[in-house]
Design a binder for this molecule. Structure first.
Ligand code: ADP
Ligand code: MG
Length: 721
């Protein structure tokens, strides 16, 4: 074992960056591998293009003959790119992307091969989806599903070393029409938000209102570890995180990695990876070192939430694949290394349209200000009323290690507005608006435009949900998660709040002018939901106490605590009333997520006992035998070896085995009343036992001779690149 580790270090020290061709100018590669509107315009007749453009922009169904024309153009384009296969790409309830590949090939009666691709093949696929988790939906259908092209997300080419495939973003549903994926609810949540927003905007006197869409700009954090180290760490390979590892003498305490110079091998990887993103029309915008050594971030420029979500999935896939080509294992896990910063995915989110613009932008006129305050208030209400939902959609075994630790957003959902905006809402609570007089005239007047700093300097990093100038940033999302769940939750809670606002506003407008009516509605909203607004230190103990005891917010520490909230009456009603998820669809998600959690913990528990018994215990025994051998040789010479280390090793080696035995007895239990009971067992029994095994192992790492230690150490994995 130790040989592998020492060889790994030697090889890595001599590594050079991978040789890659010089990158090409952006103009030569941008969107080359995407069949976007521009390419469609070039390839299609005017009428066909008009029809498909409408479909792309609004999602209306395409008639069969146009579908055939589009499919033919798509096929020609794909063949010209070297594609022989096409695949519907879909997004099951797990965080993965699924594909089923079919060849264009058909043979005719003469035995010749021809390429065929019709509108119906483009639009509908029938993967044998029966082995995708579908929760309770298994009961309501034969678990067979079909995929259908989502024309609002462009098709693209996926290249391999010697081939290419036309990839078609799709929804995945059961024969009975239930959503089996993460895309359908996202599309539905967007429509629900649009409908509710339209009502509010019409009440605000707008007459020309284009469809509203949600936008998403995800920031992705990740770690890179050399593959030689990774290959010697079964925990990294199979669980995506280290289950063992003593803290290194040097960690991130010097803050010398954050925004520091990017190591050359990593920089070459980033450029290679980003070129691939550009070819796919994914606008990689920033990249930099993150807080922890070996940790990095990439953030594409924001775009429509549905396309953004598909691109985020693609980004994760390409990132892992490209890292491998550069000799790295890319870790998307939320907490690959204990004691160093974890990885999150900040989901920047806003809603807007082409006529009113970004509704979360304060704007430049009092009228825009009022609309902004309504939408902002709607978000505040959402965070307060549906905080447990926001917590549930970011719940995973990995994210549990991050949330609530003092480096990541707490497991209490609150919303940060910044000083200026917080003050505005505070005043609204007393029935005023900056610059307004009490009682009578509530007109903002042209001079009283809310003038927010574009980029408030004081960006509270401790908040899980923050307003950042023209958008909200959901920071508690896990690095490995699909952004769809969080986007669905945000869009849906916004829809619900806007519906509530529309109702109140309509009533208020019967007796008050517009400004007064808006203030009346917002006053009530802040009175009911202002408790979610918090600008202080989210990591502090005082907040943890005050949030729960004084403000009645929930602290939801683990996935086992969070997921059952999905089944609460409030949340079932929210999804049903907005048409985003039926109770059956919601329940199926609850079951799938619970199962994912339990499976993840089970894998970790099994790995913990495997590695403890077959790698760590033998290393301890080897060293013990060296020590006892030396000791008995020395006593032959009349000399005593200090027994302290020997004793400590014996103690921890025994402790390790005893705890592993307990863990093994617990991990085989599968007989639970329901998903919740099973999750409780994972969280309350398995996790603490794993922590206990680890404590013994990490103590041994600091006692056993370095050359005998089988697992690459933290200092090596984090610092050697
Ligand atoms: P920071 O690290 O300071 O939060 P970044 O520049 O790394 O900022 O990422 C901010 C993300 O937010 C980017 O993806 C950016 O495109 C996105 N973004 C900017 N404005 C909006 C908006 N109105 N709606 C959604 N996302 C936005
Ligand atoms: Mg950010």
């Amino acid at each position: 074992g130790n040989q592998v580790r020492l060889q790994a270090i030697e090889q890595i020290t001599n590594r050079a960056p991978k040789e890659v061709a010089q990158t090409k100018p952006l103009s030569q590669i941008w969107a080359n591998d995407v069949f976007n509107l521009q390419k469609m315009e070039d390839a299609l007749s005017k009428n066909a293009f008009k029809a498909i453009k409408k479909t792309v922009q609004t999602g209306v169904a395409l008639d069969n003959s146009t579908a055939d024309i589009v499919a033919a153009a798509m096929k020609d384009w794909a063949l010209s790119k070297g594609a022989k296969f096409f695949s519907h790409v879909f997004y099951p309830m797990t965080n993965i992307t699924a594909e089923k590949h079919d060849a264009f090939i058909l043979t005719n009666s003469d035995g010749n091969a021809i390429n065929e691709f019709t509108g119906s093949l483009l639009i509908k696929g029938e993967p044998d989806g029966s082995s995708f988790p579908n929760g309770s939906l298994r009961m309501t259908n034969a678990a067979r599903g079909y995929t259908a092209w989502d024309p609002t997300s462009p098709v693209y080419i996926q290249h391999t070393a010697n081939g290419a495939t036309l990839m078609i973003p799709s929804v995945f549903m059961s024969w009975t029409g239930e959503a089996l994926d993460k895309k359908i609810p996202l599309l539905r949540s967007n429509s629900a938000m649009n409908e509710a927003a339209q009502k509010v905007l019409s009440l605000m006197g707008e007459t020309d209102i284009a469809d509203l869409n949600s936008s998403c700009g995800p920031e992705q954090e990740y770690f890179l570890v050399d593959e030689n180290f990774a290959n010697a760490r079964p925990d990294l390979l199979l669980a995506g995180r280290t289950l063992f590892g003593a803290a290194p003498a040097k960690g991130q305490q010097f803050d010398d990695h954050y925004f520091g110079a990017i190591p050359p091998r990593v920089q070459v990887f980033m450029q290679d990876f980003e070129d691939q993103l550009y070819k796919l029309g994914i606008p990689a915008k920033t990249h930099h070192n993150e807080v922890a050594p070996g940790q990095f971030e990439i953030a594409p420029y924001y775009g429509a939430a549905n396309v953004g979500a598909d691109q985020q999935q693609l980004l994760m896939t390409i990132m892992k694949k490209t890292a491998k080509e550069h000799g790295f294992l890319c870790l998307l896990h939320e907490k690959p290394f204990a004691g160093v910063n974890g990885s999150g995915k900040h989901v920047n989110w806003s809603v807007g349209n082409s006529t009113q613009g970004n509704l979360l932008d304060p704007g430049k006129t009092p009228h825009e200000n009022l609309q902004f305050l309504l939408f902002c208030g709607a978000v505040i209400r959402g965070v307060h009323k549906y905080g447990p939902l926001l917590r549930a959609v970011i719940a995973s075994a990995g994210n549990d290690h991050r949330l609530g630790a003092n480096e990541a957003p707490p497991a209490i959902l609150s919303v940060y507005l910044g000083d200026q905006l917080e003050k505005v809402f505070e005043e609204i609570k007393t029935g005023k608006l900056t610059g307004c007089t009490d009682g009578g005239e509530m007109d903002l007047g042209l001079s009283q435009i809310l003038n927010f700093d574009r980029d408030p300097g004081d960006r509270n990093r401790t908040s899980p949900f923050a307003f950042t100038g023209n958008r909200f940033e959901f920071r508690a999302v896990g690095s490995e998660q699909s952004v769809s769940g969080p986007l669905v939750a945000m869009n849906t809670m916004l829809a619900d709040s806007l519906n509530w606002i529309a109702e109140k506003l309509e009533a208020a407008l019967t007796t008050q002018d517009q400004t007064a009516a808006v203030i009346t509605v917002l006053k009530e909203l802040v009175e009911l939901h202002g408790n979610a607004i918090f600008g202080g230190d989210g990591y502090s103990e005082e907040w943890h106490k005050a949030a729960v005891e004084e403000r009645g917010l929930l602290n939801i520490p683990t996935t086992a605590d969070a997921l059952p909230h999905l089944m609460s009456a409030d949340i079932v009603k929210l999804f049903e009333s907005t048409g985003v998820l039926s109770p059956v669809e919601l329940e199926s998600r609850y079951e799938v997520y619970a199962e994912q959690y339990n499976l993840a913990i089970e894998v970790e528990a099994k790995l913990t006992s495997d590695i403890a018994k077959t790698k760590i215990y033998p290393a301890a025994i080897s060293y013990l035998s060296e020590l006892t051998h030396a000791s008995s040789s020395l006593s032959g010479l009349g000399l005593d070896l200090n027994p302290t280390v020997t004793k400590e090793i014996v103690e921890h080696a025994n402790g390790l085995l005893v705890t592993v035995t307990k863990l093994e007895a617990e991990v085989v239990k599968h007989d639970f009343a329901d998903a919740e009971a099973h999750m409780r067992h994972s969280a309350d029994v398995l996790c603490p036992l794993m922590t206990e095994v680890r404590a013994h192992a990490d103590a041994l790492e600091l006692l056993v001779a370095d050359e005998l230690w089988p697992l690459p150490k933290y200092s090596e994995m984090l610092f050697i690149k």
